[in-house]
Design a protein around this ligand. Structure first.
Ligand code: F6R
Length: 369
């Protein structure tokens, strides 16, 4: 059932174009407007929402972190990301006008379930973004938006992650439609751009051999750093998490802007650093700031592994290696920039002879607190 792949992980990474495409299916009516049938929360209540809190753990929380950038931009509603296990044990400000979005592949993560209950006790409405039908979190939530990634067997999350981002974006656009934050045409344009993403993800997969080659050369690496900015920041965190989980390599993700506030002290000759470069066609200052970050770490001897958009020649003088991804709007770029990082972690794990589908000490669904 691995479909000819060497692991479930490899298969699930390859499944991502379909996972995103399927998650987008059936969300619009004949006029192209979003209809969320599963969202059982009535529109009048949704219109009163003045804050969104995403509760999730691990990779699912990083999907929420990505979605924060898009939802705040589109809907002008504050979005907070809270690790589910932290949310419960502080005194979060939750009111009936708060919408809690619980993101979970399994739908069974105990920490996330407890956060859902905690939110409901305080009168908040909860929408679940979940992959597994019939699981507990959607059953206890007020509404559900299913990701259609199909069963994810490998312990580490890949295709569920891109589907979670996609579903959270659909939710954000639905809000923008409901609240009139965006023109219909703008929403339809973003939906079309989202529908173009599966082919772009496929292109990144088709270019995967170079990533695998580099991963094999780096099999004895003991530490890797990941830098990103804006939506590239949670992708840096996710790249680091994948590497820890799958290859047992010490890895850390940073917001690139934090470098000079501390982490740059870690850079010594030979230190591999992945840098996720924002599109030069997006906010201009963002791109040039990340290029300066690459120069800074390169000057201190870092080995720079850069993920950049096709045609971005500004990166080549400072990169030891560039993994190119197709051009796409900045907010959608995580769907492509995460892919080389997943392939890298999986291949490095394979090169070390580890069990990529069942990393040590981990369980697919964490049903204890
Ligand atoms: C990382 C990973 C975990 C899960 C986390 C939440 O690769 O798989 O960090 O994302 O345990 O699990 P779900 O999404 O099932 O709630």
């Amino acid at each position: 059932e691995k479909g000819g792949f060497w692991s479930f992980m490899a298969k699930e990474i390859a499944d991502q174009p379909k996972a995103v495409a399927d998650t987008l299916l059936g969300r619009t009516n004949e006029s192209g407007d979003l209809i969320l049938d599963d969202a059982r929360i009535d529109e009048a209540t949704l219109r009163t929402i003045d804050k969104i809190i995403v509760v999730a753990c691990g990779t699912a929380a990083y999907a929420g972190h990505v979605a924060k950038y898009a939802i705040e931009h589109w809907c002008r509603i504050p979005v907070e990301i809270e690790l589910a296990h932290e949310f419960r044990y502080r005194d979060p400000i939750v009111t009936p006008r708060t919408l809690v979005v619980a993101i979970s592949q399994s739908g069974e993560t105990m920490d996330t379930l407890m956060a859902v209950r905690h939110a409901q006790e305080q009168g908040a409405k909860v929408i679940a973004i979940v992959n597994t039908h019939g699981s507990t979190i959607p059953r206890e939530s007020d509404a559900v938006l299913y990701t259609h990634a199909g069963p994810e067997v490998a312990v580490a999350s890949t295709k569920a992650f891109v589907s979670q981002i996609t579903a959270a974006y659909i939710l954000g656009l639905y809000f923008a439609q409901l609240r009139g934050n965006m023109f219909r045409d703008e929403i339809h344009t973003v939906l079309d751009e989202l529908r173009a993403m599966p082919d772009k993800i496929q292109e990144v997969l088709d270019r995967g051999e170079r990533v695998r080659e580099i991963a094999r050369w780096m099999a004895d690496t003991s530490s890797v750093l990941f830098l990103g900015r804006h939506v590239g920041f949670p992708i840096a965190l996710e790249g680091a998490l994948k590497l820890k989980e799958l290859a047992y390599i010490h890895a850390e993700g940073f917001a690139a802007g934090e470098l000079k506030h501390g982490p740059i002290a870690l850079i010594e000759p030979g230190q591999p650093v992945f840098v996720i470069v924002p599109s030069p066609r997006g906010r201009d200052s963002l791109h040039s700031k990340v290029i300066s970050n690459i120069q800074e770490i390169r000057a201190r001897g870092a080995r720079t592994l850069v993920i950049a958009e096709d045609g971005d020649e500004a990166v080549t003088p400072f990169a030891d290696e560039v993994f190119w991804v197709p051009q796409c709007p900045t907010l959608l770029s995580p769907l492509v920039t995460v892919v080389p990082l997943q392939i890298f972690a999986a291949e490095l794990s394979r090169a070390k002879g580890l069990d990529v589908d069942q990393p040590r000490n981990l369980a697919k669904s964490v049903t204890v607190e």
